[in-house]
Write a protein that binds this ligand. Structure first.
Ligand SMILES: NC(=O)c1ccc[n+]([C@@H]2O[C@H](COP(=O)([O-])OP(=O)(O)OC[C@H]3O[C@@H](n4cnc5c(N)ncnc54)[C@H](O)[C@@H]3O)[C@@H](O)[C@H]2O)c1
Length: 359
């Protein structure tokens, strides 16, 4: 079993544990759960059908009361209405702040469960058991929790670190091709923005070989994220590099809806288009966008910007969380493996609009 420490300044340190059958590690589970009287597992229906019974049976050995609550599928899990329902369930079943919430699922379950844990009685223990590739390499690490509002994605949230993250690559065997590919969008993000060696490995290695090496890839990405969030928990500095491709991704998700473009697909397009533009502006080495495009294609991910009115995108970018004053803080790469945060004045965004929409 691999252990990676996440050590933030504001909150407690915790470990990410990566290994096959990590949920059968007796000593580890005893350490995490035996002091808890009650545990609530939050999950969605698909994951529940596959894994809930076995996870509950396993955890009942360590905690007196283990209950479950099924969240709606996908982004529907991330609403204030769902949070209210979870809070009502916790109240009806007399959960205390010493008790724990376990998020069993992908990034949507993790974001919503994390938010619930962070606000109920001012904070319960939280354990993440990520079951999608995206959640394992990205969303379960670093303590960002979120729900969506009508105004946009992740508008409400907290920074709330879990007590542990338990990752078993075996969960990924039941993941469908589309969601597997989406996880690769985030892996390509790490590779393109901070890990040239990983980029080269992904480029040169046949897919069957890559699939056999998933534990190594997950560990490598988890180490990047753990290091970055340990240095900048609240996203005021270095953590922002993790947003490579994400400004445009959020615009795509908002305009076309989460059903048309999943988070991973939107990030894929965001990385390519951002790099194409920064290349045109001589901020990125020529050929970087083509390299990203080739890797996205290898993993069945989209790269082309769908056509839209440019003004719509600019409007969303101007309201992005990463704006300050009349400036958008954008992440670009100068070459594969080298990310930089630059400031883009709103006036320049207008000029770039045509480029965004040309794709
Ligand atoms: N908190 C963060 O730092 C952070 C970072 C990146 C993304 N996110 C968020 O993550 C969310 C996307 O997460 P996601 O891509 O995991 O989506 P998701 O949670 O919707 O999961 C995708 C689908 O896979 C199913 N699934 C989950 N595990 C499975 C398994 N092992 N086998 C078969 N099916 C399985 C789910 O039921 C769901 O239908 C977005 O809301 C995004 O905003 C958060």
């Amino acid at each position: 079993m691999i252990e990676i420490e996440v050590k933030t300044k504001r909150q407690h340190a915790y470990n990410i544990y990566i290994g096959q059958a990590v949920l059968q590690e007796e000593k580890l589970l005893k350490d995490i759960f035996s002091s808890k009287q009650k545990l609530l597992i939050l999950t969605d229906k698909k994951v529940a059908d596959l894994y809930l019974d076995s996870v509950m049976t396993q955890l009942r050995q360590y905690t007196n009361t283990v209950k479950s609550f099924i969240l709606p599928q996908g982004e529907e899990a991330k609403t204030l209405k769902v949070v209210e329902e979870v809070v009502a369930f916790l109240d009806e079943n007399s959960y205390e702040r010493q008790d724990a919430i376990l998020a069993l699922g992908g990034g949507t379950v993790g974001d919503s469960a994390g938010f619930c844990a962070s606000i109920y009685k001012r904070g319960m223990t939280l354990v993440h058991v990520p079951t999608t590739l995206l959640a394992q390499v990205d969303s379960s690490i670093g303590g960002k929790t979120a729900v969506n509002t009508r105004q946009g994605k992740n508008r409400i949230g907290t920074f709330y670190q879990p007590d542990a993250v338990l990752m078993d690559p075996l969960f990924l065997l039941s993941l469908d091709k589309t969601h597997y590919a989406q996880g690769f969008a985030e892996i390509i993000k790490y590779a393109a923005s901070m890990d040239k060696e990983l980029f080269t490995y992904l480029k040169q290695t046949p897919l069957v070989q890559i699939e056999k090496n998933m534990a190594w890839i997950i560990e490598r990405c988890a180490r990047h994220k753990a290091k970055i969030v340990s240095a900048d928990e609240c996203d005021f500095g270095g953590r922002r590099v993790l947003n490579f491709g994400h400004s445009l991704a959020h615009a795509i998700e908002l305009i076309w809806g989460y059903e048309a473009y999943s988070h991973g697909q939107a990030v894929a397009i965001g990385m390519y288009v951002t790099t194409k533009i920064s290349e045109e502006k001589k901020l990125s080495k020529t050929g970087s966008a083509a390299e990203i495009k080739a890797l996205l294609q290898k993993f069945d991910l989209p790269w082309q910007m769908p056509s839209t009115e440019a003004e719509k995108i600019v409007h969303i970018l101007k309201n992005d969380k990463k704006t300050q004053g009349n400036v958008l803080r954008e992440v670009i790469i100068s070459e594969i493996g080298q990310a930089h945060i630059i400031q883009v004045p709103f006036a320049a965004l207008d000029e770039l609009t045509a480029l965004y929409c040309r794709g």
